[in-house]
Design a protein around this ligand. Structure first.
Ligand code: GLP
Length: 263
């Protein structure tokens, strides 16, 4: 696991954007795994600007989102379909037919989750998956106790996740308690993982992800099993890491090496 600690969310988002830009430049037909939540918003903004500057294009890329609320129509203001359209897809040159998000309105969630998995495989798998993290260590909507080999399926949201996301729902809107989410096994199949976390509210989850035991109690700790996982965090999210100084030292060495290799 490569841990990159940057002074603030702004710089961390720029660093994350560089990773996506490199990916899309190296392979314009990249399959991107995308996340919702407030954390990746600055990353999406930077990618939109970068495309406007003509540095990159998503015209040949495709995408798969991690999750969606079960029961919400794509037009619902709090749906992740709407979030992605408004915060990213509408502003870039991606072909909307090549964007995929689990269908919140489905008669048969089981077959629709299986179809989602099949579609990912048909596209050749995800090249780079962006991840946020919940305060309880969830990735996607894989709450604590999720199977570390789980696949796309229906998951019940934990009370802490429902609380955290309540701020997005108006008093007269029903907040869903179920979701459709890629499983941890699905996420681990991605060729590269990039997890972002900002702010001290994420410090415990990051401590458990990076330095805790591999455990379903912290779903993000599954990243320890991945051969190419990059954790990009700001100083606040890193504040509870015991080996902070070591990660900073390793990253300085990495940068020297990458420079020497011209990467
Ligand atoms: C939701 C999403 C996750 C996201 C998490 C954190 O629960 N399903 O994919 O990582 O929220 O959100 P935020 O980035 O707003 O803290």
């Amino acid at each position: 696991m490569r841990v990159v600690i940057l002074p603030n969310a702004e710089q961390a988002s720029l660093f994350a954007a560089e990773q996506v830009k490199k990916q899309i430049t190296r392979k314009p037909t990249s399959v991107l795994g995308l996340a919702t939540g407030s954390t990746p918003l600055k990353l999406y903004k930077e990618l939109i600007e970068s495309q406007k500057r003509g540095e990159i294009s998503f015209a040949d890329a495709s995408s798969f989102n991690l999750d969606e609320y079960l029961g919400l129509a794509p037009e619902h203001p709090q749906s992740y379909h709407r979030f992605m359209r408004e915060n990213f897809f509408e502003h870039i040159d991606i072909d909307l037919n090549n964007t995929h998000i689990p269908q919140g309105l489905t008669d048969n969630p089981i077959t629709s989750c299986e179809a989602y998995e099949a579609k990912i495989l048909e596209k050749g798998g995800i090249d780079l998956q962006i991840l946020g993290i919940g305060r309880n260590g969830h990735i996607g909507f894989n709450e604590p106790s999720s199977g570390l080999a789980s696949r796309t399926r229906v998951k019940t949201l934990s009370p802490s996740t429902i609380d955290d996301n309540a701020r997005f729902f108006g008093p007269d809107e029903t907040q869903p308690t179920l979701s459709l989410t890629m499983g941890i096994g699905t996420i681990l199949d991605s060729k590269k993982l990039v997890l972002l976390a900002y702010g001290d509210g994420k410090a415990d989850a990051i401590k458990d992800t990076v330095e805790g035991p591999l455990s379903a109690s912290c779903p993000a700790s599954a990243l320890q099993m991945h051969k190419d996982a990059l954790v990009i965090i700001d100083e606040s999210a890193a504040s509870k890491l015991e080996h902070q100084e070591f990660y900073l030292h390793v990253e300085r060495e990495n940068q020297k090496l990458l420079k020497t290799l011209g990467l």
